[in-house]
Design a binder for this molecule. Structure first.
Ligand code: NAP
Ligand code: MG
Length: 484
């Protein structure tokens, strides 16, 4: 094992002051340690925040074109190093190399858009009521911001958050998920190689429960952008409120696909399988409920099960694999516990339902693609995010019941309806309580030029991405000038 990897503070790779490290283990084979990482403490976080705060004046003093210049170099280096980054992503997260490449490609597209948005970020001029007064409004950066990233999109999510933050002129402290420090380090390395000035982007690894509070409560941190669980996001919001620090929270989901009797059922089954099992069901926009009109339920189930049967579970590095392991032991435990609850509450297990434990795969965190039927709205399987390869199929009498059931959860991230009836499609789009919805498209579909964020317990604050991406990282200033 090579020596431990470091934090990145004020332009240098440095060890934690406390000298503690932890091991990251490959979820496809828990006996493989991919690297040693700093188990940082509050001291390290404080140093990182101070470095970022120190760098703020000069970074925000650059023209937006100069900032864009730095970020464009980093963007080009992501292209250059995409194979290396994908290998780290698959080793730490477990997703297939194809999925890792897709994540990086998507990060590059989002970054490209957010750089352009940053350059275009202007203000507005309004006529004044006063004679000889010129009044205008500009946006300005907040200062130092914190980005707390998840392990499910450990490259794309930091990219989506850090790009608008830096383009607006903020400086940043990035805390990657404990499970994916190496991907975070790859993200930081492209900026380092691009020559980003010291202190503009800092990186501290370690456990969120140990260092999170220091980062969230630091008086010099002016905003927190977080992706992860609803529980941690809610706690961050409460702590941040004490100092009126703004938050942007992207959290859990229980995303439904509604399949009506008139739908293209094969397309609906393709969509459900794609969005339920890609990345082993660990997208925040994964489909976890299929709400199917009774008259087509058995036909839909046949189509669904034949597709699920073709999923090849294996290591993400094996080109034959279509579904990799789940990300780590605690995910494995929680997902299997969720499946057991589903069995106990009387849902009908159609396929899967256990760990893939044979041979080589027995050393990893592999879960069978799982389908439950006869799931009722009040059940755990219908209400709680499992964040694994588990799809709950629920029968509904008609469109109205589908809408009611779709909305009858605490979450509101994504949804989808499959139908050829324009009236029902548009009515669903109007009534579904989510941040993004789809007609005849998977729940996970998204594009960088449109906002991304949930409602209810799925999201809080100005949404990421699209034109709102940069809004979160800026505040407004109004200027009145009397010239006559
Ligand atoms: P999590 O605990 O919410 O982790 C998300 C991020 O927050 C990680 O960087 C984590 O660091 C950090 N964190 C943890 N405790 C913190 C605290 N007290 N203060 C500040 N930051 C803190 O999520 P998880 O434990 O990795 O996963 C649990 C469940 O969350 C999943 O099963 C899934 O249901 C949900 N989840 C949702 C998404 C999404 O895309 N919306 C993404 C990931 C997870 P550490 O990793 O060091 O703890
Ligand atoms: Mg956690």
């Amino acid at each position: 094992m090579s020596s431990a990897n470091h934090n990145f503070i004020n332009g240098a790779w440095v060890a934690s002051r406390a000298g503690r490290t932890y091991e990251q283990k490959n979820p496809a084979d828990l006996t493989t340690v991919t690297g040693l990482w700093q188990k940082s403490t509050a001291d390290d976080v404080n140093l990182a925040v101070e470095a970022a705060a120190e760098a703020f004046a000069s970074w925000s003093g650059l023209s937006v074109y100069q900032r864009a210049g730095h970020l464009k170099k980093a963007l080009a280096l992501m292209e250059t190093h995409r194979d290396r980054i994908a290998a780290v992503l698959t080793a730490e997260n477990g997703k297939t190399l194809r999925e890792s490449q897709a994540e990086i490609a998507s990060a590059i597209k989002e970054m490209d858009f957010q750089i352009a948005e940053g350059v275009r970020m202007g203000g507005s001029v309004m006529p004044s009521e006063q004679d000889g007064v010129f009044a205008y409004q500009v946006r300005r950066p907040l200062g130092t911001v914190a980005v707390i990233a998840p392990w499910n999109f450990p490259f794309n999510v930091p990219c989506r958050k850090v790009t608008p933050a830096l383009m607006a002129g903020n400086t940043c402290v990035l805390k990657p998920a404990g499970l994916t420090p190496g991907v975070g380090a790859e993200f930081v390395r492209v900026y380092e190689e691009a020559g980003l000035p010291a202190g503009v982007l800092n990186f501290v690894t370690g456990s969120g429960s140990e260092i999170g509070d220091t980062l969230v409560s630091h008086p010099k941190v002016k905003a927190i952008s977080f992706t992860g669980s609803t529980e941690v996001g809610t706690a961050i919001h409460q702590k941040a409120a004490a100092a009126l620090t703004r938050t942007q929270l992207e959290m859990g989901g229980k995303n439904p696909i509604v399949v009506l009797a008139d739908a293209d059922l094969a397309a609906a089954a393709d969509s459900a399988v794609l969005a339920a099992y890609a990345c082993a069901g660990q997208w925040c926009t994964s489909t976890s409920r299929a709400l199917v009109e009774k008259s087509v339920l058995s036909e839909f189930l046949d189509l669904l099960l034949s597709r699920v049967g073709r999923i090849v579970v294996g290591k993400g590095t094996d080109p034959r694999t279509t579904m990799g392991p789940v990300c780590g032991e605690s995910q494995l435990r929680n997902i299997l516990a969720g499946i057991e609850k589903g069995k106990a509450e009387g849902a009908r297990l159609l396929v899967g339902g256990g760990r893939v434990g044979e041979g080589d795969l027995g050393r990893g965190c592999f879960v069978e693609p799982t389908v439950f039927a006869d799931v009722r709205p009040e059940m755990f399987l219908a209400q709680e995010e499992i964040f694994g390869p588990v799809l709950s199929v629920m029968a509904v009498d008609d469109f109205d019941e589908a809408v009611r059931v779709a909305n009858g959860v605490r979450f509101g991230l994504a949804s989808s309806i499959y139908t050829r009836d324009l009236r029902k499609a548009m009515t669903f789009a109007e009534k579904t309580d989510v941040g993004l919805t789809h007609v005849n498209m998977p729940t996970a579909f998204k594009e960088p030029q449109l906002s991304f964020g949930g409602v209810k317990l799925s999201g809080q604050g100005t949404p990421e991405a699209g034109r709102s991406g940069i809004e979160f990282f800026t505040e407004h200033k109004v200027v009145y000038v009397k010239y006559r």
